[in-house]
Write a protein that binds this ligand. Structure first.
Ligand code: FAD
Length: 286
């Protein structure tokens, strides 16, 4: 928890890590976690490869967080590539490792999967996976949400209808897709309040510390990039150290503004960079 200097409230502070591509690099992520651990985040979430490709690594890293770092682990899990049998196996594995929190997602089609295979998936949407986890029991479930709508949704209202469905199934936390324009997030928060969605809302903040970061994950996310941020990227295109600092400062300004607006959940997309997470934490935690 961090203390909000503007409202006096406690704020849930969490972050996300992803499993390394190469098995040999798993110790690097453990080192990253060791370096984050003393910030005492409320939880650390661990991503899951498209189609379940690295589910074992997600479970192993989640277990390290839960049992070695003594921080709550939130294991991501996707419906794509999942069958009833594999879901049972994955849940039993997490249960054995004392990991009790899951971010239930639909996932996207991995490059190795044909359109046809994707269309024939057993669990169609995140809501179907949530039902499956609920039937098994014993897990606290989180879900994803999109302040600027999911890229496949025709509009925000259509997306919100399905978000409500996920929440009505018992989702306790919502983590947003990264956003760079806080105004979009505030409008989204108003809409979900109006709809009576009571799940805790955690604002997803991605520090842009490299010029090429926008080209990959950000463009896929559909998140809009304000002129202030694109100007920074243009300004520091030849200056990696300058970009790193400017990106961290942008993220700090975003978090500070969120705290000023009484937001009670901050989720940092760490990109496995402990130093970046620490700088943001030190600037906002009181
Ligand atoms: P859903 O909630 O199922 O929604 C997907 C789309 O279908 C939306 O457009 C929605 O409006 C629509 N929809 C939902 N229900 C219905 C219905 N019943 N009928 C018709 N339409 C419906 N991906 C990974 O592979 N691994 C990860 O670890 C991962 N972590 C993520 C973490 C966060 C915080 C976020 C925001 C995303 C993450 N993703 C991850 C990406 C995610 O898998 C994709 O964004 C995916 O396209 C949608 O997942 P979802 O759970 O939001 O899907």
């Amino acid at each position: 928890m961090i203390h909000n200097r503007y409202t006096g409230e406690e704020v849930c502070f969490s972050c996300e890590v992803f499993p390394p591509k190469r098995d040999d690099d798993i110790y690097e992520i453990f080192q990253t976690l060791d370096a984050i651990e003393d910030l005492k985040p409320d939880y650390i979430s661990v991503t899951y490869g498209a189609g379940g490709s690295n589910s074992k690594k997600t479970a192993k890293i989640s277990s390290y967080i839960q049992n070695v770092c003594d921080v709550e682990a939130l294991a991501h899990m996707t419906a794509v590539g999942m069958t009833k049998d594999t879901l049972k196996e994955r849940l039993e594995e997490l249960q054995k490792k004392a990991v009790r929190r899951i971010l239930a997602l639909r996932g996207d089609r991995p490059r190795t999967m044909t359109e046809e295979e994707f269309e024939q998936r057993e669990f169609r949407y995140a809501s179907d996976l949530i039902r499956g986890i609920k039937d098994f029991g014993d897990f606290r479930i989180a879900a994803a949400c999109y302040p600027e709508k999911h890229p496949e949704s025709p509009d925000l209202e259509a997306d919100l209808k399905y978000l409500k469905e996920k929440c009505d199934l018992g989702v306790e936390e919502l983590i947003t897709q990264m956003f760079f324009d806080n105004e979009k997030f505030y409008r989204f928060r108003e809409r979900i309040d109006e709809m009576g969605i009571k799940a805790e809302l955690h604002a997803g903040i991605m520090p842009i510390t490299k010029v090429n970061q926008l080209g990959t994950s950000v463009s896929l996310s559909g998140s809009s990039v304000p002129t202030e941020l694109s100007n920074l990227i243009a300004k520091y295109s030849e200056d990696p150290a300058g970009m790193r600092q400017a990106g961290i400062e942008y993220a700090i300004r975003q978090v500070d503004d969120l705290l000023r607006h009484g937001i009670t959940g901050i989720h940092i997309y760490t990109m496995n960079k402990a130093d970046v997470t620490r700088e943001i934490y030190n600037a906002v935690a009181h």
